[in-house]
Design a protein around this ligand. Structure first.
Ligand SMILES: [Ca+2]
Ligand SMILES: [Ca+2]
Length: 190
């Protein structure tokens, strides 16, 4: 049975999904009809952080221009340019057994491409969610539907996988920022 997570809630995958080896992270969103006149492109990115809260090295920042991590564990499965349609708009696969031992946290962020120039923000986005499922059986373990309280934010940390006591956990984060992808890169740079 899939668990619906609220903001900040977490699950212990070793308990809730003990057979999980190859995880799928699905991220979805829909764009409200807007009058900004520009295309609206949201992008999922992944920061693989060491114990010091920084990416292990620049290759552990996985996004549309660097679609897999050096340890072979994280793969970005494709860039949606429109967010059209129900279901996952962008997906990330995570092979939990392959994650480099130095990685303590895998953070999933969604940013709006050229938000500032296009005058766009998450107030124009609805039906946002992150879900975690088994990439082989497609069984879903948990889903977090972000609340509709985002307005001026242009980047949101949707969720994260992290290690605790040798086990993987998944947390619904839902923290928004009025910044772009570069700000995250700067914050987490090794
Ligand atoms: Ca995109
Ligand atoms: Ca969509």
């Amino acid at each position: 049975m899939s668990i619906n997570l609220s903001k900040g809630e977490r699950i212990n995958l070793s308990k809730e999904a003990p057979s999980l080896k190859k995880a799928g992270i699905g991220l979805g969103w829909d764009i409200n009809a807007t009058d900004t006149g520009a295309a609206f492109d949201l992008d999922a990115s992944v920061f693989m952080l060491a114990a010091n809260g920084k990416i292990v090295n620049e290759k552990y920042f996985v996004f549309y221009n660097n679609v897999s991590s050096p340890d072979g564990s994280v793969k970005h499965e494709g860039d949606s340019r429109t967010g059209e349609g129900a279901g996952d708009d962008e997906t990330i696969s995570v092979d939990l057994d392959k994650v480099d031992a130095s990685v303590q946290e895998i953070l999933f962020v969604v940013t709006i491409h050229e938000a500032e120039q296009r005058k766009q923000n998450f107030g124009q986005v609805r039906n946002s969610y992150i879900r975690i499922y088994d990439n082989i059986t497609e069984k879903q373990f948990a889903k977090y539907e972000l609340e509709e309280d985002a307005s001026i934010e242009t980047a949101i940390e949707f969720g994260k996988l992290y290690r605790k006591d040798g086990e993987w956990r998944f947390q619904a984060v839902g923290t928004g920022y009025k910044s772009g992808l570069q700000n995250f890169v700067d914050r987490y740079a090794a």
